[in-house]
Ligand binder design. Sequence first.
Ligand code: UDP
Length: 310
Amino acid sequence: MKKVALVTGGAGFIGSHLCERLLQEGFKVICMDNLITGEADNIQHLLKNKDFKFIKHDVTKYIRIRGRVDYILHFASPASPQDYLKHPIHTLKIGALGTYNTLGLAKAKKAKYLLASTSEIYGDPLIHPQKENYYGNVNCIGPRGVYDEAKRFAEAMAMAYHRVHKIDTKIVRIFNTYGPRMRLNDGRVIPNFISQALNHKPLTVYGKGAQTRSFCYITDLIEGIFRLMNSNINEPINLGNPCEFTILELAKLIIKLTHTKSKIIFKPLPEDDPKQRQPDITKAKKILKWQPKVELKEGVKKTIEWFRQY
Ligand code: UDP
């Protein structure tokens, strides 16, 4: 009998890659998405697969599913700063009510549970690189607080269900991830720079571009998530690529790889924009025997090829 996995946010960037991987691994997949930031196009090719089912539903509302569910992977949430600033209340509700509903379903179905959390729970970190035991530096009332606090609440809720109801919960703290199926207009730095470069428009670097991020290619992340899903670990785990770049370095790389005539222009730094971010992945290396393989240059090249088609 095939195992059944429910992926919330399954039509999103990461969710759709996860659905694909689960199908390849022999799962039946129920993909749930309300398509606020997810895209029907991301799962169009999966609809003909008899093991794949799409349900359009908002996870902040009660979730009713008939039959067995063996795994619940809760990936629903706006994840780009532009999106969560546009949907602040919904973002809070997904982290709170969506996590509550999906954990309730996991309890009812005796399913294993995996929560997509984020490096944002570390806020603008004062410890570098970030280890899982760092509590973070979050401005709860700032504009980004809606995402950061929603995910911090979601983690607390998952741990409470684990302790009280003995649910086998897992928490992945996902650092900046990129690749095909990101929305060209999702506002995040890699799609922004690539679309600007391909349209010969100036690349908009916020601040001086001295802030850093560490970018993980989607296939590497999915491999890590799959390993975590099959592990015994219940504590949060960082997944990301530890190679750190400044945003200015990224802009220059994208200009070089796209052979664009675009120049760089500087715009104000958004409020509470983290100054640095780099995952410490010692735990993932040790427990999951995982580490990213795709270098930034290689991954960005593949992403540019994908964006050229649009
Ligand atoms: N950024 C930028 N130009 C853009 C979009 C983003 O300089 O057009 C910067 C942003 O200020 C941040 C970094 O790139 O420092 C990464 O932003 P993104 O929105 O991709 O994700 P974040 O890591 O902030 O959640």
